[in-house]
Design a protein around this ligand. Structure first.
Ligand code: NDP
Length: 242
């Protein structure tokens, strides 16, 4: 399919990396960014799901996304991802650190060490490894924009949410530190709390909930677009969905 004429979208021509793009919030942000004219680099572990999102995106824009199936706990793969983006694009305009895992909701003393490690690896360490790998590429952009997806429990203790809540608190501190470090550069770094959103993770956390009582992933993509725009000067802020 030939590429359509420029749509004049808010992210026209920007190159965006989105983690956890195979479903839920990440997939909705990918579709929205495509509508806004961005070229997308999409990651998750499930190649088939990424291909389905890419089919949808190509129907919208005619521009195929760059698909990079990887497990974010494979930290060497994150380094290789940065190197591959540099080789192909020489820069990255937008980083959306969205991928996350809930873990098992249980008392702190009952959490299995392997699970604690896995949730911390995906929710915290992988985002640090992304920063480490991608920071030079964001700085090579005229307006590098990074955003990380947190949760209300990162600031408000909730019994039995231990691993997830601790990981999101750590993610928030890390993003704030990164924001402070890049203050004098062209890079801006912020956080998003999407609020209760109709996804697989939400259904696991609240199995008895009527999904129609929480908002859809599509309805919150505007916050991501705002933080991704070159004109957005916010830095070190947390945006919370209504
Ligand atoms: P989903 O479980 O629907 O999606 C999670 C995404 O992360 C999937 O694309 C999954 O892809 C990817 N992922 C998980 N583990 C890995 C891994 N090891 N390596 C690579 N990719 C991985 O969750 P949501 O869309 O709900 O969540 C998105 C973000 O929003 C998360 O950070 C979550 O904490 C946060 N959030 C969500 C809320 C909600 O109500 N839904 C509320 C507050 C915050 P795959 O399985 O293919 O690897």
């Amino acid at each position: 399919m030939s590429k359509p004429e420029s749509t004049g979208g808010r992210l026209e021509g920007r190159i965006a990396l989105i983690t956890g793009a195979s479903r839920g919030i990440g997939a909705a942000v990918a579709r929205r960014f495509a509508q806004e004219g961005a070229h997308l680099v999409l990651t998750a572990r499930t190649p088939g799901a990424l291909e389905e999102i890419d089919d949808e995106i190509q129907k919208i824009t005619g521009d195929p996304a760059t698909l990079v199936p990887l497990d974010l706990t494979d930290f060497d793969a994150i380094d290789q991802l940065g190197a591959a983006i540099f080789k192909r694009f020489k820069k990255l305009d937008i980083l959306v650190g969205n991928a996350g895992q809930l873990g098992t909701l249980s008392p702190l003393g009952h959490i299995q060490p392997e699970e604690w490690g896995r949730v911390m690896d995906v929710n915290v360490t992988a985002n640090w490894r992304l920063i480490r790998s991608i920071d030079p590429l964001l700085k090579a952009s005229d307006a590098g924009r990074a955003m990380f997806v947190s949760s209300a429990v990162g600031r408000t203790p909730r019994a039995y949410w231990g691993t997830y809540a601790v990981s999101k608190a750590a993610l928030e501190m890390m993003a704030m530190i990164y924001a402070a470090e890049v203050e004098i550069t062209n890079v801006r770094v912020n956080l998003i709390n999407p609020g209760p959103t109709r996804t697989a993770m939400r259904a696991t956390a609240f199995p008895g909930e009527d999904p129609d009582t929480v908002h859809t992933p599509e309805s919150i993509t505007g916050m991501f677009v705002e933080l991704a725009e070159a004109t957005c000067m916010r830095n070190g802020e947390l945006l919370v969905a209504d």
